[in-house]
Ligand binder design. Structure first.
Ligand code: CP3
Length: 419
Protein backbone atom coordinates (compact mmCIF):
# COMPACT_ATOMS: atom_id res chain seq x y z
CA UNK A 1 0.00 0.00 0.00
CA UNK A 2 1.14 3.50 -0.72
CA UNK A 3 2.55 5.49 2.15
CA UNK A 4 -0.12 7.85 3.38
CA UNK A 5 1.29 11.19 4.43
CA UNK A 6 -1.31 13.92 4.30
CA UNK A 7 0.00 17.45 4.73
CA UNK A 8 -1.41 17.73 8.24
CA UNK A 9 0.92 15.03 9.54
CA UNK A 10 4.03 15.23 7.41
CA UNK A 11 6.70 17.58 6.13
CA UNK A 12 6.46 16.17 2.63
CA UNK A 13 7.63 17.49 -0.69
CA UNK A 14 5.28 20.46 -0.61
CA UNK A 15 7.07 21.67 2.49
CA UNK A 16 10.42 21.31 0.79
CA UNK A 17 9.03 23.54 -1.97
CA UNK A 18 7.63 26.07 0.44
CA UNK A 19 10.62 26.38 2.72
CA UNK A 20 13.03 28.57 0.73
CA UNK A 21 10.35 31.08 -0.05
CA UNK A 22 9.66 34.44 1.51
CA UNK A 23 6.45 35.08 3.36
CA UNK A 24 4.80 33.81 6.50
CA UNK A 25 6.41 30.61 7.71
CA UNK A 26 4.64 27.32 7.33
CA UNK A 27 4.39 25.52 10.64
CA UNK A 28 5.60 21.99 11.27
CA UNK A 29 2.26 20.72 10.05
CA UNK A 30 2.63 22.28 6.65
CA UNK A 31 0.19 25.05 7.40
CA UNK A 32 0.78 28.75 7.44
CA UNK A 33 1.87 29.54 10.98
CA UNK A 34 -0.29 31.96 12.95
CA UNK A 35 -1.76 34.13 10.22
CA UNK A 36 -3.19 36.32 12.97
CA UNK A 37 0.34 37.45 13.82
CA UNK A 38 0.39 39.52 10.65
CA UNK A 39 -2.03 42.35 11.40
CA UNK A 40 -2.04 43.88 7.95
CA UNK A 41 -1.59 40.74 5.90
CA UNK A 42 1.01 40.49 3.15
CA UNK A 43 -0.45 43.34 1.15
CA UNK A 44 2.09 45.27 -0.80
CA UNK A 45 0.80 48.62 0.51
CA UNK A 46 1.74 47.62 4.03
CA UNK A 47 4.59 47.99 6.43
CA UNK A 48 8.32 47.48 6.65
CA UNK A 49 7.88 44.07 8.20
CA UNK A 50 5.79 43.20 5.23
CA UNK A 51 8.36 44.50 2.80
CA UNK A 52 11.00 42.36 4.43
CA UNK A 53 8.77 39.37 3.86
CA UNK A 54 8.29 40.18 0.17
CA UNK A 55 11.34 42.11 -0.94
CA UNK A 56 11.13 41.86 -4.73
CA UNK A 57 7.37 42.33 -4.91
CA UNK A 58 7.60 45.96 -3.89
CA UNK A 59 9.70 47.05 -6.85
CA UNK A 60 7.30 46.69 -9.74
CA UNK A 61 4.06 47.37 -7.93
CA UNK A 62 5.42 50.52 -6.27
CA UNK A 63 6.14 52.04 -9.64
CA UNK A 64 2.76 51.11 -11.02
CA UNK A 65 0.66 51.84 -7.96
CA UNK A 66 2.26 54.99 -6.67
CA UNK A 67 0.24 58.13 -6.14
CA UNK A 68 -0.81 58.12 -9.79
CA UNK A 69 -1.16 54.37 -10.35
CA UNK A 70 -4.02 52.79 -12.27
CA UNK A 71 -7.20 52.42 -10.22
CA UNK A 72 -7.28 48.67 -10.87
CA UNK A 73 -3.79 48.11 -9.50
CA UNK A 74 -4.35 50.51 -6.63
CA UNK A 75 -7.48 48.62 -5.62
CA UNK A 76 -5.55 45.32 -5.73
CA UNK A 77 -3.20 46.91 -3.20
CA UNK A 78 -6.04 48.37 -1.09
CA UNK A 79 -5.07 51.94 -1.89
CA UNK A 80 -7.76 54.64 -2.28
CA UNK A 81 -9.22 55.08 -5.77
CA UNK A 82 -11.45 57.68 -7.48
CA UNK A 83 -14.03 55.01 -8.29
CA UNK A 84 -14.41 51.24 -8.04
CA UNK A 85 -12.54 49.50 -10.87
CA UNK A 86 -14.52 46.96 -12.91
CA UNK A 87 -13.80 44.04 -15.23
CA UNK A 88 -15.57 40.74 -15.90
CA UNK A 89 -14.58 37.10 -15.64
CA UNK A 90 -14.76 35.66 -19.17
CA UNK A 91 -15.25 39.12 -20.64
CA UNK A 92 -14.00 37.86 -24.01
CA UNK A 93 -16.28 34.91 -24.63
CA UNK A 94 -19.14 33.43 -26.55
CA UNK A 95 -21.73 36.02 -25.43
CA UNK A 96 -19.87 38.63 -27.47
CA UNK A 97 -20.57 38.83 -31.22
CA UNK A 98 -17.05 40.13 -31.90
CA UNK A 99 -15.61 36.96 -30.30
CA UNK A 100 -17.98 34.67 -32.18
CA UNK A 101 -16.94 36.34 -35.46
CA UNK A 102 -13.31 35.38 -34.78
CA UNK A 103 -14.33 31.95 -33.48
CA UNK A 104 -16.09 31.20 -36.78
CA UNK A 105 -12.72 30.98 -38.47
CA UNK A 106 -10.51 29.66 -35.67
CA UNK A 107 -10.67 26.98 -33.00
CA UNK A 108 -10.34 28.01 -29.35
CA UNK A 109 -6.80 26.61 -29.20
CA UNK A 110 -5.83 28.34 -32.47
CA UNK A 111 -6.93 31.65 -30.99
CA UNK A 112 -4.93 30.98 -27.80
CA UNK A 113 -1.82 29.93 -29.74
CA UNK A 114 -1.78 32.79 -32.26
CA UNK A 115 -0.57 35.92 -30.45
CA UNK A 116 -2.05 38.37 -32.97
CA UNK A 117 -5.51 36.87 -32.64
CA UNK A 118 -5.36 36.32 -28.87
CA UNK A 119 -4.26 39.95 -28.43
CA UNK A 120 -7.00 41.20 -30.73
CA UNK A 121 -9.70 39.27 -28.86
CA UNK A 122 -8.38 40.55 -25.51
CA UNK A 123 -8.23 44.19 -26.65
CA UNK A 124 -11.60 44.14 -28.43
CA UNK A 125 -13.43 42.87 -25.34
CA UNK A 126 -11.77 45.36 -22.98
CA UNK A 127 -12.42 48.31 -25.30
CA UNK A 128 -15.98 47.32 -26.20
CA UNK A 129 -16.90 47.11 -22.52
CA UNK A 130 -14.80 50.07 -21.37
CA UNK A 131 -13.49 48.13 -18.37
CA UNK A 132 -10.45 48.88 -16.18
CA UNK A 133 -8.54 45.67 -16.89
CA UNK A 134 -7.89 43.33 -19.80
CA UNK A 135 -7.44 39.62 -19.05
CA UNK A 136 -5.29 37.87 -21.59
CA UNK A 137 -7.22 35.49 -23.78
CA UNK A 138 -5.83 32.03 -23.03
CA UNK A 139 -7.09 28.86 -21.33
CA UNK A 140 -6.39 27.25 -18.03
CA UNK A 141 -5.36 23.97 -19.62
CA UNK A 142 -2.63 25.24 -21.97
CA UNK A 143 0.24 24.17 -19.63
CA UNK A 144 -0.90 20.54 -19.87
CA UNK A 145 0.56 20.22 -23.38
CA UNK A 146 4.23 21.01 -22.53
CA UNK A 147 3.86 18.84 -19.41
CA UNK A 148 3.09 15.92 -21.72
CA UNK A 149 -0.69 15.55 -21.42
CA UNK A 150 -2.56 15.96 -24.70
CA UNK A 151 -6.07 17.34 -24.66
CA UNK A 152 -8.73 18.78 -26.93
CA UNK A 153 -11.94 20.77 -26.56
CA UNK A 154 -14.84 18.61 -27.69
CA UNK A 155 -17.84 20.66 -28.87
CA UNK A 156 -20.61 20.74 -26.25
CA UNK A 157 -18.58 18.55 -23.90
CA UNK A 158 -15.68 20.70 -22.80
CA UNK A 159 -12.06 19.64 -22.40
CA UNK A 160 -10.97 16.02 -22.82
CA UNK A 161 -7.53 14.86 -21.64
CA UNK A 162 -6.56 11.83 -23.71
CA UNK A 163 -4.67 9.88 -21.03
CA UNK A 164 -5.75 11.00 -17.55
CA UNK A 165 -3.08 10.95 -14.86
CA UNK A 166 -3.71 8.32 -12.19
CA UNK A 167 -0.35 7.05 -10.87
CA UNK A 168 2.87 8.29 -9.27
CA UNK A 169 4.76 6.96 -12.32
CA UNK A 170 2.69 9.14 -14.61
CA UNK A 171 3.25 12.11 -12.30
CA UNK A 172 7.02 11.46 -12.35
CA UNK A 173 6.97 11.39 -16.15
CA UNK A 174 5.43 14.87 -16.42
CA UNK A 175 7.81 17.34 -18.05
CA UNK A 176 8.66 20.62 -16.34
CA UNK A 177 11.35 21.75 -18.81
CA UNK A 178 9.28 22.82 -21.77
CA UNK A 179 7.46 25.85 -20.44
CA UNK A 180 8.96 27.99 -23.24
CA UNK A 181 6.42 26.24 -25.45
CA UNK A 182 3.87 28.52 -23.77
CA UNK A 183 5.63 31.73 -24.82
CA UNK A 184 2.86 32.40 -27.33
CA UNK A 185 0.77 33.60 -24.37
CA UNK A 186 3.48 36.08 -23.39
CA UNK A 187 3.80 37.26 -26.97
CA UNK A 188 0.09 38.03 -26.91
CA UNK A 189 0.53 39.91 -23.61
CA UNK A 190 3.35 41.97 -25.17
CA UNK A 191 1.02 42.98 -27.96
CA UNK A 192 -1.76 43.91 -25.54
CA UNK A 193 0.68 45.89 -23.40
CA UNK A 194 2.02 47.71 -26.46
CA UNK A 195 -1.51 48.55 -27.56
CA UNK A 196 -2.43 50.08 -24.23
CA UNK A 197 0.89 51.86 -23.74
CA UNK A 198 0.39 54.45 -26.47
CA UNK A 199 0.57 57.32 -23.98
CA UNK A 200 3.74 59.42 -23.55
CA UNK A 201 6.47 57.60 -21.71
CA UNK A 202 6.11 59.62 -18.50
CA UNK A 203 2.54 58.37 -18.23
CA UNK A 204 3.68 54.82 -18.72
CA UNK A 205 6.05 55.22 -15.82
CA UNK A 206 3.38 57.04 -13.78
CA UNK A 207 0.13 55.69 -15.19
CA UNK A 208 -3.02 57.75 -14.98
CA UNK A 209 -5.88 56.40 -12.86
CA UNK A 210 -7.57 55.11 -15.98
CA UNK A 211 -4.56 53.21 -17.32
CA UNK A 212 -5.76 49.70 -18.10
CA UNK A 213 -4.53 46.84 -15.94
CA UNK A 214 -3.27 43.79 -17.81
CA UNK A 215 -4.13 40.51 -16.12
CA UNK A 216 -2.21 37.31 -16.80
CA UNK A 217 -3.48 34.08 -15.31
CA UNK A 218 -2.86 30.45 -14.55
CA UNK A 219 -4.71 27.62 -12.84
CA UNK A 220 -4.18 26.75 -9.20
CA UNK A 221 -2.57 23.37 -8.43
CA UNK A 222 -5.80 21.73 -7.20
CA UNK A 223 -8.00 22.83 -10.10
CA UNK A 224 -5.44 21.98 -12.77
CA UNK A 225 -4.70 18.63 -11.11
CA UNK A 226 -8.42 17.86 -11.13
CA UNK A 227 -8.53 18.19 -14.92
CA UNK A 228 -5.38 16.11 -15.34
CA UNK A 229 -6.67 13.33 -13.09
CA UNK A 230 -10.36 13.28 -14.02
CA UNK A 231 -9.61 13.71 -17.72
CA UNK A 232 -12.03 16.62 -18.04
CA UNK A 233 -14.70 18.44 -16.09
CA UNK A 234 -16.08 16.55 -13.12
CA UNK A 235 -19.00 16.50 -10.74
CA UNK A 236 -17.68 14.60 -7.74
CA UNK A 237 -13.87 14.63 -8.20
CA UNK A 238 -13.70 10.96 -7.23
CA UNK A 239 -10.40 10.18 -8.97
CA UNK A 240 -8.81 13.40 -7.73
CA UNK A 241 -9.79 12.71 -4.14
CA UNK A 242 -8.76 9.05 -4.45
CA UNK A 243 -5.26 10.24 -5.31
CA UNK A 244 -5.22 12.88 -2.54
CA UNK A 245 -6.37 10.45 0.14
CA UNK A 246 -4.80 7.23 -1.10
CA UNK A 247 -1.58 8.10 -2.92
CA UNK A 248 -0.14 11.19 -1.30
CA UNK A 249 3.23 10.55 -2.98
CA UNK A 250 1.66 10.84 -6.40
CA UNK A 251 -0.31 13.93 -5.28
CA UNK A 252 2.85 15.59 -3.91
CA UNK A 253 4.86 14.91 -7.05
CA UNK A 254 2.04 16.33 -9.14
CA UNK A 255 1.75 19.43 -6.92
CA UNK A 256 5.50 20.07 -7.11
CA UNK A 257 5.59 19.75 -10.88
CA UNK A 258 2.61 22.06 -11.28
CA UNK A 259 4.22 24.65 -8.99
CA UNK A 260 7.39 24.58 -11.10
CA UNK A 261 5.61 24.93 -14.43
CA UNK A 262 3.05 27.49 -13.26
CA UNK A 263 5.73 29.66 -11.62
CA UNK A 264 7.75 29.72 -14.87
CA UNK A 265 4.60 30.38 -16.88
CA UNK A 266 3.57 33.27 -14.62
CA UNK A 267 7.12 34.66 -14.79
CA UNK A 268 6.90 34.74 -18.59
CA UNK A 269 3.62 36.61 -18.38
CA UNK A 270 4.96 39.17 -15.90
CA UNK A 271 8.08 39.72 -18.02
CA UNK A 272 5.78 40.33 -21.00
CA UNK A 273 3.83 43.04 -19.18
CA UNK A 274 1.15 41.44 -16.98
CA UNK A 275 0.49 43.80 -14.04
CA UNK A 276 -1.35 41.21 -11.96
CA UNK A 277 -1.71 37.43 -12.07
CA UNK A 278 -5.05 35.81 -11.31
CA UNK A 279 -4.80 32.25 -10.01
CA UNK A 280 -7.98 30.34 -10.91
CA UNK A 281 -8.94 27.69 -8.37
CA UNK A 282 -12.39 27.43 -9.88
CA UNK A 283 -13.30 24.02 -8.46
CA UNK A 284 -11.59 24.14 -5.07
CA UNK A 285 -15.02 24.53 -3.45
CA UNK A 286 -15.29 20.76 -3.87
CA UNK A 287 -12.94 20.45 -0.85
CA UNK A 288 -13.92 20.58 2.81
CA UNK A 289 -11.94 23.03 4.94
CA UNK A 290 -9.83 20.21 6.41
CA UNK A 291 -9.07 18.75 2.99
CA UNK A 292 -8.23 22.21 1.64
CA UNK A 293 -5.81 22.61 4.55
CA UNK A 294 -4.29 19.17 4.13
CA UNK A 295 -3.96 19.00 0.34
CA UNK A 296 -4.32 22.40 -1.33
CA UNK A 297 -3.16 25.16 1.03
CA UNK A 298 0.58 24.50 0.97
CA UNK A 299 1.04 24.08 -2.80
CA UNK A 300 -1.21 27.06 -3.52
CA UNK A 301 0.64 29.18 -0.96
CA UNK A 302 3.95 28.27 -2.58
CA UNK A 303 2.69 29.17 -6.04
CA UNK A 304 1.24 32.49 -4.88
CA UNK A 305 4.41 33.44 -2.99
CA UNK A 306 6.49 32.55 -6.04
CA UNK A 307 4.36 34.82 -8.22
CA UNK A 308 4.42 37.69 -5.71
CA UNK A 309 8.21 37.42 -5.65
CA UNK A 310 8.08 38.39 -9.35
CA UNK A 311 6.77 41.79 -8.23
CA UNK A 312 3.05 41.61 -8.97
CA UNK A 313 -0.08 41.20 -6.85
CA UNK A 314 -2.05 37.96 -7.04
CA UNK A 315 -5.83 37.59 -7.28
CA UNK A 316 -6.91 34.17 -5.99
CA UNK A 317 -10.33 33.03 -7.19
CA UNK A 318 -12.56 30.04 -6.56
CA UNK A 319 -16.26 29.19 -6.60
CA UNK A 320 -18.39 27.91 -3.70
CA UNK A 321 -15.67 28.90 -1.31
CA UNK A 322 -17.59 30.60 1.51
CA UNK A 323 -16.30 28.15 4.14
CA UNK A 324 -12.79 28.21 2.66
CA UNK A 325 -12.20 31.97 2.38
CA UNK A 326 -10.33 32.45 5.69
CA UNK A 327 -8.01 29.56 4.82
CA UNK A 328 -7.59 30.72 1.21
CA UNK A 329 -6.58 34.08 2.68
CA UNK A 330 -3.70 32.30 4.44
CA UNK A 331 -2.03 31.79 1.04
CA UNK A 332 -1.08 35.48 1.32
CA UNK A 333 -2.95 36.43 -1.86
CA UNK A 334 -3.46 40.16 -2.36
CA UNK A 335 -7.04 39.87 -3.62
CA UNK A 336 -9.64 37.17 -2.98
CA UNK A 337 -12.27 36.52 -5.64
CA UNK A 338 -15.74 36.01 -4.13
CA UNK A 339 -18.56 34.09 -5.75
CA UNK A 340 -22.11 35.44 -5.41
CA UNK A 341 -23.32 33.02 -2.76
CA UNK A 342 -21.56 34.90 0.03
CA UNK A 343 -22.72 38.46 0.74
CA UNK A 344 -19.70 40.63 0.05
CA UNK A 345 -20.05 42.70 3.23
CA UNK A 346 -20.09 39.65 5.51
CA UNK A 347 -17.29 37.85 3.70
CA UNK A 348 -15.06 40.91 3.76
CA UNK A 349 -15.81 41.65 7.41
CA UNK A 350 -14.93 38.05 8.31
CA UNK A 351 -11.62 38.56 6.54
CA UNK A 352 -11.10 41.63 8.75
CA UNK A 353 -10.67 43.71 5.57
CA UNK A 354 -7.04 42.53 5.48
CA UNK A 355 -7.20 41.50 1.86
CA UNK A 356 -8.73 43.14 -1.20
CA UNK A 357 -11.83 41.48 -2.62
CA UNK A 358 -13.12 41.02 -6.16
CA UNK A 359 -16.72 40.31 -7.08
CA UNK A 360 -19.40 39.33 -6.70
CA UNK A 361 -22.52 39.81 -8.83
CA UNK A 362 -24.35 36.63 -9.82
CA UNK A 363 -23.59 36.38 -13.58
CA UNK A 364 -27.18 35.30 -14.24
CA UNK A 365 -28.40 38.66 -12.89
CA UNK A 366 -27.30 39.96 -16.31
CA UNK A 367 -30.44 38.29 -17.68
CA UNK A 368 -32.71 40.14 -15.20
CA UNK A 369 -34.83 43.23 -15.99
CA UNK A 370 -32.70 46.42 -15.91
CA UNK A 371 -34.09 47.65 -12.59
CA UNK A 372 -33.34 44.33 -10.84
CA UNK A 373 -29.84 44.31 -12.29
CA UNK A 374 -29.35 47.92 -11.18
CA UNK A 375 -30.47 47.03 -7.67
CA UNK A 376 -28.15 44.03 -7.42
CA UNK A 377 -25.15 46.02 -8.64
CA UNK A 378 -25.99 48.72 -6.07
CA UNK A 379 -26.10 46.04 -3.36
CA UNK A 380 -22.60 44.82 -4.24
CA UNK A 381 -21.30 48.41 -4.12
CA UNK A 382 -23.09 49.02 -0.82
CA UNK A 383 -21.53 45.84 0.57
CA UNK A 384 -18.08 47.22 -0.20
CA UNK A 385 -19.14 50.57 1.34
CA UNK A 386 -16.39 52.52 -0.41
CA UNK A 387 -13.59 50.76 1.45
CA UNK A 388 -10.28 50.70 -0.45
CA UNK A 389 -9.66 47.30 -2.00
CA UNK A 390 -12.84 46.39 -3.88
CA UNK A 391 -12.73 45.41 -7.54
CA UNK A 392 -16.18 44.98 -9.07
CA UNK A 393 -16.66 41.74 -11.00
CA UNK A 394 -19.05 38.85 -11.32
CA UNK A 395 -19.01 35.91 -8.95
CA UNK A 396 -18.10 33.68 -11.93
CA UNK A 397 -17.73 34.03 -15.69
CA UNK A 398 -20.19 35.60 -18.14
CA UNK A 399 -22.20 32.76 -19.69
CA UNK A 400 -23.11 32.38 -23.40
CA UNK A 401 -26.21 34.36 -24.53
CA UNK A 402 -25.72 37.07 -21.88
CA UNK A 403 -26.97 40.36 -23.37
CA UNK A 404 -23.98 42.61 -24.07
CA UNK A 405 -26.15 45.64 -23.26
CA UNK A 406 -26.62 44.37 -19.71
CA UNK A 407 -22.85 44.12 -19.26
CA UNK A 408 -22.46 47.65 -20.66
CA UNK A 409 -25.15 48.93 -18.28
CA UNK A 410 -23.22 47.53 -15.31
CA UNK A 411 -20.03 49.26 -16.45
CA UNK A 412 -21.95 52.52 -16.83
CA UNK A 413 -23.49 52.19 -13.37
CA UNK A 414 -20.08 51.56 -11.79
CA UNK A 415 -18.63 54.57 -13.58
CA UNK A 416 -21.45 56.76 -12.27
CA UNK A 417 -20.83 55.63 -8.70
CA UNK A 418 -17.98 57.82 -7.54
CA UNK A 419 -16.50 56.97 -4.19
O1 CP3 B 1 -12.09 36.82 -21.14
C1 CP3 B 1 -11.83 35.71 -20.61
O2 CP3 B 1 -11.86 35.55 -19.38
C2 CP3 B 1 -11.54 34.55 -21.53
C3 CP3 B 1 -10.24 33.87 -21.32
C4 CP3 B 1 -10.40 32.51 -20.64
C5 CP3 B 1 -10.78 31.29 -21.28
N1 CP3 B 1 -10.66 30.28 -20.37
C6 CP3 B 1 -11.16 31.10 -22.70
C7 CP3 B 1 -12.19 30.06 -22.97
C8 CP3 B 1 -10.13 32.22 -19.31
C9 CP3 B 1 -9.74 33.19 -18.20
C10 CP3 B 1 -10.30 30.81 -19.16
C11 CP3 B 1 -10.02 30.10 -17.91
C12 CP3 B 1 -10.56 28.75 -17.73
N2 CP3 B 1 -10.54 27.72 -18.62
C13 CP3 B 1 -11.10 28.27 -16.54
C14 CP3 B 1 -11.19 29.05 -15.26
C15 CP3 B 1 -12.23 30.08 -15.36
C16 CP3 B 1 -13.51 29.72 -14.72
O3 CP3 B 1 -14.53 29.84 -15.40
O4 CP3 B 1 -13.51 29.35 -13.55
C17 CP3 B 1 -11.46 26.94 -16.73
C18 CP3 B 1 -12.11 26.05 -15.72
C19 CP3 B 1 -11.09 26.59 -18.05
C20 CP3 B 1 -11.24 25.28 -18.72
C21 CP3 B 1 -12.24 25.35 -19.79
N3 CP3 B 1 -12.09 26.09 -20.93
C22 CP3 B 1 -13.50 24.68 -19.85
C23 CP3 B 1 -14.05 23.80 -18.76
C24 CP3 B 1 -14.09 25.05 -21.06
C25 CP3 B 1 -15.37 24.55 -21.63
C26 CP3 B 1 -16.54 25.13 -20.93
C27 CP3 B 1 -17.50 25.79 -21.85
O5 CP3 B 1 -18.11 26.79 -21.43
O6 CP3 B 1 -17.68 25.31 -23.00
C28 CP3 B 1 -13.21 25.96 -21.70
C29 CP3 B 1 -13.46 26.62 -23.00
C30 CP3 B 1 -13.22 28.08 -23.11
N4 CP3 B 1 -12.09 28.73 -22.68
C31 CP3 B 1 -14.08 29.03 -23.73
C32 CP3 B 1 -13.44 30.27 -23.65
C33 CP3 B 1 -13.93 31.61 -24.22
C34 CP3 B 1 -15.44 28.74 -24.35
C35 CP3 B 1 -15.35 27.81 -25.51
C36 CP3 B 1 -15.12 28.34 -26.90
O7 CP3 B 1 -14.89 29.52 -27.20
O8 CP3 B 1 -15.18 27.47 -27.77
Amino acid sequence: MTDFKPASTSTGTERAQAEPLAGPALDGQNRVADPGADPEGPNRAATTADQTAYPPAVLKTDAAAGANGSRFLRACLRQPVDRTPVWFLRQAGRYMPEYMAVRKHHSLLDICRTPDIAAEVTITAAERLGVDAAIIFADLLLPLTPMGLDFEFVANEGPKIHTPLRTAEQAKALRTDRTEDLLYVSHAIEKVAAHFATRPRTEVLHPTPDALGIIGFCGAPFTLASYMIEGGSSRNYIETKKMMYGDFDAWSILMDKLITVLTDYAAQQVAAGADVIQVFDSWVGALSPSDYRAYALAPTTTLIRNIQALGVPVIYFGVETSTLLPIMRQTGCDVLGLDWRTPLDLAWRDLNYRVAVQGNLDPITLFAPPEVLHQRVAEVLAGAAGRPGHIFNLGHGIVPNTPVDAVLAVVEQIKQSRL
